[in-house]
Design a protein around this ligand. Structure first.
Ligand code: PAF
Length: 282
């Protein structure tokens, strides 16, 4: 089942509610991979009905990022979403989501400003705006997001809290390829040679996490070594490799509590992001 209009989405959800059924939302931009399908399966285990939204949101692409290059395969995505347990696919048009005159943006201060923030101006405001709209259009009991976009997940948690949107935000562990590469729709852009280099990102962050779990004071050295390893492997540019507080994303000089290592690095024209938890030994 696929609906295009907000009115039809609301009518479907209203029908479920009248039958006493709960509802989950899994927001996506399509090009569904195993990570998305795992989210849909988790949502289907947690709630009676699952809406998967498929919307390539132009507001979260910067002026130098090509929204038209983003992979689109609606027919295969709808089939995969339904197969994984979705009951309805919401695929609005750009004009339906942002009718002319749309003027309101959601900005989450602080959390949006570090890490990917300065490298992708406007990205998090565009993401926060569309996620707010999707949540208010669907009004689900729970919405599901992958931890691969860790900064996004924290921003969504904060906007839901700050705007009193009555929804539970569920994060799910990153799903990885057998060689460790985090699943991402953007992996489709990688050449064969780049695909061979790509898993070094996850391996580097994993080794940094083990080192920092053992020696919380070694942050600067771990960051420098991590960056050097990515360059040596063939990453063409590194936006950041940072060790941050797991809740506030404040950069850390030493690890004493729950921390997260986050990185963004380029292979040619393709930007990969990844992150891992650091659990310091007591
Ligand atoms: O993570 C994504 O795919 C997007 O940022 C989201 C949450 C679907 C909003 O467009």
């Amino acid at each position: 089942m696929i609906v295009r209009s907000i009115a039809d989405l609301r009518a479907a959800v209203r029908g479920w509610r009248q039958s006493g059924l709960g509802c989950a939302l899994v927001p996506t931009m399509g090009a569904l991979h195993e990570g998305h399908l795992a989210l849909i399966r988790l949502a289907a285990r947690s709630c009676d009905r699952v809406v998967v939204s498929i919307f390539v949101n132009p507001l979260q692409f910067g002026p130098h990022e090509d929204v038209n290059r983003y992979p689109r395969r609606m027919t295969a995505d709808v089939a995969a979403a339904l197969q994984a347990g979705a009951h309805l696919v919401f695929a609005p048009t750009v004009a339906g989501m942002f009718p002319s005159g749309h003027a309101t943006m959601v900005h989450v201060a602080g959390l949006s400003e570090g890490l990917c923030g300065p490298h992708r101006p406007g990205h998090f405001d565009g993401m926060a705006t569309v996620v707010t709209k999707l949540l208010l259009q669907t009004l689900p009991d729970a919405a599901f997001f992958g931890e691969k976009d860790y900064q996004q997940l924290l921003i969504v948690r904060r906007l839901v809290r700050d705007l009193d949107i009555p929804v539970r935000i569920e994060g799910m562990q990153t799903v990885r390829e057998p060689d460790g590469l985090a699943m991402s729709s953007r992996n489709a852009y990688l050449s064969e040679q780049q695909r061979r280099i790509a898993p070094v990102l996850a391996a580097t962050l994993g080794d940094m996490a083990r080192r920092l779990a053992a020696d919380g004071g070694a942050v600067a050295a771990a960051m420098a070594d991590g960056q050097a390893r990515l360059r040596a492997a063939g990453f063409t540019a590194i936006d950041y490799v940072e060790v941050c507080d797991a809740e506030t994303l404040a950069p850390l000089g030493r690890v004493a509590g729950p921390a997260r290592i986050l990185a963004a690095a380029w292979l040619g024209d393709t930007r990969l992001i990844d992150n891992v938890a650091v659990a310091p030994s007591p």
